[in-house]
Structure formats: C-alpha cells, structure tokens
Design a protein around this ligand. Structure first.
Ligand code: DC
Length: 252
C-alpha cells in the first residue's frame, strides 16, 4: 500500500496534536510535530539570551541547531501520558511525551519546550522568515519518504504543498479555549475562560497575520470542524479520507 504524506494544519486548540498522533497510530505512520522544532529553537534562544526579534542572530542560530524528532509511536502506543484520556483533546502543553521525543543538539528537551514561556517564544520566532527556511528544509527531509502525519500551521501550504491528504482542523474559539482551560486546570492553574479566549485570539492573530507563511487553509485542504466531535471521531474521519486517497491512487 502506498505510504501517504498527511498534512494537518490548524489553529491553537483545534486538537491537531492529539488527532495527528491518533491518525498516525491508526495508519501505522510516523507522527511529526513541526511546532516542536519552533519550540526547540526558541528554547535555545531563551537559554542564550538572544533577543527573539533579532532576525539575523536567530537565522544563524536556527542554521547551527540540530533538532531530532524521535518518534515514540511504538513505545507510546497503549501507554497513555498522565491525564490523557483516549477521547480528550489535550494540547501540546498538557502532556509529555506525546509521540515524539525532541532532541535539541542531542539533549532531550521534550518537557522543557512545553512551558507557557516556550509557547510564547515559539510563536514569536515563528514570524522570522530565516528561521522558517531552515526548519522547513528539516521538515521536508523528515517527511520525504512518506508514511507520515505531520502537523503544524503551514504543512499543506509550504512544507508539503503536494501532500496526498491535507486537513485543515478547526473549532470554535469558545471550544478551543475550553480545551486549553482544561489543560491549565489539570496542572492546577486557575484562569478564567474569558482570559483564555483572549489568549487564543492573540495567538490566532499572530499565526494568521504574520507575513511569513501565515496560518491559512490551503485551497485543496479539507476543512474538518471538530467543535462537536471527539478525538476518535475526528481521527477516524481523517483515516477514512486517507483510505479514499489510497484507493484513488491520486497524489493531490
Ligand atoms: O503547534 P505548537 O503550539 O507546538 O507550535 C508552536 C508555535 O510554532 C506556534 O506559535 C506556531 C508556530 N508554528 C509555525 O509557525 N509553523 C508550524 N508548522 C508549526 C508551528
């Protein structure tokens, strides 16, 4: 059976990570989390005290940084991370490991890149075209052989514009904020829904309005709105769509 490239893009709280991981598991594919790369570069910059808006130094930093995404698909299947119910949307910051171990210049930073500070910093450096150029090249190398489910913001538009299946995952702002809220509450943090909605809107704005590879639905991406769908329903829908692509032998 032909091994596909499945691209899943969408805004914060749309369930990309949880769904992509489950889709990879169901298809027997490798799960690749492109956001982890932006987080790793941001972490290195923070550690070195490099201003996140210094485009030249950040470009150089990304160039000389080695990031390895080590799939933990086989190890992790069946072993759920704490707080991870099979049907709960729990986003990036809630759980580690989650399908990928992230090595920054050889050192494991899987947990460290999930802090709220790293999230904010990642979204700041993600606006830099130079940083994106290096990371996109790495992402293409990682997925070139197919048999991958890669999630991010620009996978179907920039990284793999010829991906076999492109999904744009979305949900209402209220529901996405609720999902994030649950993650915070699971960590014992209190934050109001209003504040969380504001944060989600801010990150949406930064992702969608940046000049370099903004978050946008590719013309040929299928929109999956999972406002009223759980993880399993969403994942199985995507697996069904992948099956159709395989059946048709189409490459677009
Ligand atoms: O998906 P995430 O929250 O782990 O991503 C972290 C940041 O990186 C997020 O603010 C957007 C950015 N990002 C991006 O610009 N392009 C990608 N392909 C993946 C993530």
């Amino acid at each position: 059976m032909r091994k596909l490239i499945v691209a899943i893009d969408g805004p914060v709280g749309s369930g990309k990570s949880t769904v992509a991981r489950r889709v990879a598991e169901l298809l027997g594919y490798t799960y690749l989390d492109s956001g982890a790369m932006y987080r790793a570069v941001a972490l290195k910059a923070m550690r070195r005290g490099i201003p996140l808006d210094d485009a030249m130094r950040m470009d150089q930093l990304a160039k000389e940084t080695r990031i390895d995404l080590v799939p933990t698909n086989s190890e992790s299947s069946g072993a759920k991370a704490p707080g991870q119910e099979s049907n709960a949307y729990a986003g990036a910051e809630a759980q580690t490991p989650y399908g990928t171990r992230v090595l920054l210049d050889g050192a494991d930073v899987t947990a460290e890149i999930r802090t709220p500070g790293a999230s904010q910093s990642a979204s700041k450096i993600a606006v830099l075209a130079g940083v994106r150029r290096h990371l996109v090249a790495e992402q293409r190398r990682a997925g070139a052989a197919g048999g991958v489910v890669m999630e991010g913001r620009d996978i179907g538009t920039v990284v793999f514009p010829d991906a076999d299946l492109k999904i744009y995952l979305d949900a209402s702002v209220e529901v996405r904020a609720q999902r994030r809220l649950q993650e915070h509450m699971a960590r014992g943090e209190t934050i109001s829904l209003e504040k969380m909605m504001e944060e989600v809107r801010q990150r949406d704005q930064r992702d969608k309005e940046r000049e370099a590879s903004p978050l946008v639905r590719a013309a040929d991406a299928l929109l999956v709105d999972n406002t009223a769908m759980d993880v399993e329903e969403t994942a199985r829908l995507i697996v069904m769509l992948a099956g159709e692509k395989q059946g048709s032998g189409a490459s677009g």
